[in-house]
Write a new protein. Sequence first.
Length: 106
Amino acid sequence: MAIMTYYLLEHRSNLHDNYRRVFSIAGHDLLLLQHQGTLHLLDNICPHAGYPMTDAQLIGTNLRCPMHGYLFAIDDGACVAAYEGPCRDLPTYRIEYREQEIGVML
């Protein structure tokens, strides 16, 4: 069994709607965003062509990849629209809440 480590991402006082920040932690490129009061932590790399999702447009509750326009649900990473063939879902991560911090176990 792999040993998981807690990584601090942000302090709650810094969060607000439309918050977006990229983290490179333990070999993972992660995108943390807050939409309508809810935090989401997803892979920052599109599984279709490996393009960064840093500047992905938020359309409702979906992220549109800036490269080919694939859409991914921010709550579970499901690929909801693919235009050049099937695509894997965008990996998501469970956020850890510790007092006034938020982080992730990797």
